[in-house]
Design a protein around this ligand. Structure first.
Ligand SMILES: [Zn+2]
Length: 288
């Protein structure tokens, strides 16, 4: 179970509408919504990984402390929610370094994981993986192995794998199901809200039972907040952001009843390639 901790106005679909300099003046709802998620998780006794935006950690360090104190894993969603392929390597390095340092200070724990805003590690921004290794990250969850208008590397492996780029970095993609030549997303966000719940349940069961693999699920605190202010995005963006917000919390409770969940760190220790490994030459799934 993973959560990308950001406010509703950070979402990339609103980039042109809510300029960064106005973020400070927007009504913030991220703390209340994250606390609701914490309550849902503690009611059911599950632990999750929270990929927290550095911008949020800087303003609300107590929220990061609280998440960590409840036994969840703190990971990084970068600092300023900038799409990786729009950044230079130097700007990306500053962004992930600043986020890691803010999150480690606030939580008092080591931050191992990173997930890019809008899964923006694509064929144009694979250099980001080398920067993550150099900045001390040990796993990445930014490569979505699907076709999408804004992200995705459809030929990427679907299950967690280890990239050997001089040092090791584990890549842990959001879950998909293979259907003919396609990978179909089953693991969260808009796909969880917009498609019927039965799709997620079928896909995750298939992954667990047929492929004997864990599913990696993700959502955002704003997805359980139907009362959030409405912003005037283009129609497709509005649909992706606002559809079924009122149903998501009860769906999430059902999902948690139907499956068992844990943190990314626990998942990678149990099922994935180990995080503490020496680099193995020739282990590349493909050459970048
Ligand atoms: Zn995000």
């Amino acid at each position: 179970m993973t959560v990308d901790v950001e406010d509703y106005f950070h979402v990339s679909v609103f980039d042109g509408l809510v300029p960064r300099h106005s973020w400070e003046g927007m009504e913030s709802r991220v703390c209340a919504n994250t606390e609701r998620l914490l309550r849902i998780f503690s009611d059911s006794g599950i632990f999750a990984t929270f990929f927290v935006l550095g911008w949020v950690a800087e303003r609300f360090p107590w929220l990061v402390q609280r998440i960590a104190a409840e036994g969840h894993e703190i990971a990084s969603h970068g600092y300023g929610h900038r799409l990786v392929y729009d950044l230079t390597p130097r700007a990306f390095r500053e962004d992930v370094r600043r986020a890691k340092s803010l999150l480690e200070q606030a939580s008092g724990a080591r931050v191992d994981g990173y997930r890019a805003p809008s899964y923006s590690v694509t064929p144009r921004s694979l250099w980001a993986l080398d920067v993550l290794i150099e900045e001390g990250y040990r796993y990445d969850a930014s490569i979505f192995p699907i076709h999408h208008d804004r992200y995705g590397i459809p030929i990427s492996p679907r299950l967690p794998y280890r990239l050997d780029r001089g040092a090791a970095l584990v890549e842990a993609p959001a879950s998909t199901i293979r259907y003919g030549p396609f990978n179909l997303p089953i693991g969260g966000g808009g796909y969880f809200r917009i498609l019927p719940y039965a799709w997620t349940r079928w896909g995750m069961r298939r992954l667990n039972e047929v492929e004997k693999a864990p599913a990696i699920f993700y959502l955002h605190p704003w997805e359980i907040d139907p009362g959030q202010p409405r912003l005037a995005a283009p129609p497709l963006g509005r649909f992706r952001h606002y559809f079924n917000l009122q149903r998501t919390e009860s769906r999430l409770r059902t999902l948690i009843r139907d499956f068992r969940f844990s943190t990314m760190r626990a998942l990678l220790e149990t099922f994935g390639p180990p995080l503490d490994v020496e680099p193995v030459m020739g282990a590349l799934p493909y050459v970048w």
